[in-house]
Design a protein around this ligand. Structure first.
Ligand code: FES
Length: 161
């Protein structure tokens, strides 16, 4: 999808801010995602040119770091922790419940853009496992009832969750 004029302008400004910075590519990509919610693939040629890299190198960085997204975020993003402490406290059962309730894979996105599931590997809340992030907000000691309530909250706002 081509960039909008506004996106082009914002990306150009951010490139200008980071271009001369040693190791500026990652901070630039984070800045683009912070501003636009994702790093559009259409921005890759300009970014590559600015950093004297190939487009493949820029795309390689984007794909290596799983937190970068190539499309706008869903209305709700739920990230269930799948690391060891949370696994030992029942995160796999929660993951199964999520799959059953949403019909999505562990890293799936609903067709209407209402919900995206993305695994995460430790949220720094191991003492309060199992934990998850919903729209950036930490929820700890999550059980099946709490998970259902969070999903219901998404549904109340409209659209499939
Ligand atoms: S392992 Fe889940 S928060 Fe650390």
């Amino acid at each position: 999808m081509p960039l909008t004029t506004e996106q082009q302008s914002r990306i150009a400004a951010l490139v200008s801010d980071h271009q001369a910075q040693p190791g500026g590519l990652l901070p630039l990509l984070h800045a683009v995602q912070d501003e636009l919610g994702h790093v559009p693939d259409a921005a890759t040629p300009d970014i590559a040119r600015a950093f004297r890299l190939s487009q493949a190198e820029v795309r390689g960085v984007l794909s290596f770091y799983h937190d970068f997204r190539g499309e706008p975020p869903a209305r709700h993003e739920l990230r269930l922790c799948r690391a060891e402490a949370c696994q030992s406290m029942g995160s796999e059962a929660l993951a199964q419940r999520l799959r059953a309730r949403t019909g999505l894979d562990d890293a799936g996105r609903s067709a209407d853009g209402g919900l995206e599931l993305r695994p995460v590997y430790c949220l720094g809340a191991c003492a309060c496992a199992p934990a998850l992030l919903l729209d950036g907000e930490l929820h700890a000691r999550v059980d099946a009832a709490a998970l259902d309530a969070l999903l219901a909250g998404c549904l109340e706002e409209g659209g499939a969750c």
